[in-house]
Design a binder for this molecule. Structure first.
Ligand code: CP
Length: 329
């Protein structure tokens, strides 16, 4: 009779599993486990210490080449990834579609294959089409990091948001987070919902009904219609921009009226029964979703989020680089 071939995992296997991501690419928070997120946070804690030292660089990615492919505008994410890669001593090449042969009709797969032929190990990609990074991961021999794909996911933004909550409150579990604004067009909202729920937070959304996806209740989040009710319910408000560039029809009468009903100002915050934390992924439309006196106040942790973005992206790149196969391996 065939003997049972199962072997008890060794301590080395267990250690490796605890220090490795369960995924080969970072395509979305949907594909991560809570353990993956905790591992990324643990690594980010180490990298945050390093980037606050006088010498901010470590040699961890010295033999790795990363291409940053941005087919859509970005300030924070692009700079943050580039800094993270340079702090880890990777070789970095940057591509922006506006100045590339994409304008001459080249396909996404041809563009990326040409870049990979130049021996690139990892690709960070931002693209206007949902699913672009999943498509690349199936067709390209490199580790793919999604830096935002259309209205789908923005996983490193959600990771840095949850990490900033953990930094302020000690843990994410049990916190009440309301995401306010244009949920329908927001990849930040979807990634945040997945990430916060995996870490045990309670999530609600608030905004005009026309900017709520029909499937929102299936994600286990509550829609609170009234801004003041939402702010009184939450510990943290993550405020989103109205994404006019993704709107082909009018979802509300005017930005002025949106600001009157869903804009957060000092007066609303001082009328609440507690002090809440204000977050925003940026870019902010000052005077629309947030007034300047709120965005620049001690209640806002917007620049802490940006700072944490570098440490989170270093952690993600470091963990995925460990899975890159080099010649002869
Ligand atoms: N939060 C964010 O994705 O900002 P950018 O579009 O500037 O990268």
């Amino acid at each position: 009779m065939e003997r049972n071939k199962w072997k008890r995992p060794s301590n080395i296997d267990k250690f490796r599993k605890m220090n490795e991501l369960s995924v080969e690419h970072l395509l979305g928070i949907k594909y991560l486990t809570a353990e993956d997120i905790s591992l990324i946070f643990k690594m980010a804690d180490n990298f945050k210490k390093i980037i606050n030292q006088p010498i901010k660089k470590v040699p961890s990615l010295r033999d790795i080449t990363v291409a940053n492919l941005f087919f859509e505008n970005s300030t924070r994410t692009k700079l943050s990834f580039e800094l993270a890669e340079k702090r880890l001593s990777a070789d970095v090449v940057n591509f922006s579609s506006a100045a590339s042969s994409v304008k001459k009709g080249e396909t996404l797969i041809d563009t990326v294959n040409n870049i990979i032929a130049m021996k690139v190990d990892m690709v960070v990609v931002r693209h206007p089409n949902p699913g672009a990074s999943v498509f690349l991961s199936r067709n390209i021999d490199a580790k793919i990091v999604n830096a935002g794909d259309g209205t789908h996911e923005h996983p490193t933004q959600a990771l840095l948001d949850a990490y900033s909550i953990r930094e302020k409150y000690g843990e994410v579990k049990g916190k009440k987070v309301v995401i306010i604004g244009d949920i329908l067009h927001s990849r930040v909202a979807l990634s945040n919902i997945y990430c916060l729920q995996k870490l045990g937070a309670e999530v609600s959304v608030c905004g005009p009904s026309t900017l709520m996806p029909k499937y929102i209740s299936t994600l286990g989040v509550k829609h609170i219609n009234n801004l003041k009710d939402a702010l009184n319910w939450c510990d943290i408000a993550n405020v989103l921009r109205i994404q006019l560039e993704r709107q082909d029809v009018k979802y509300f009468p005017s930005l002025r009226e949106y600001a009157m009903v869903f804009g957060i100002n000092k007066e609303i915050l001082s009328g609440l029964n507690k002090e809440i934390t204000i977050m925003h992924p940026g870019p902010i439309n000052r005077g629309v979703e947030l007034t300047s006196d709120v965005a620049d106040s001690g209640q806002a942790i917007i620049l802490n989020q940006v700072e944490n973005g570098v440490a989170i992206r270093m952690a993600v790149l470091y963990l995925l680089a460990g899975k890159v196969k080099k010649n002869g391996e």
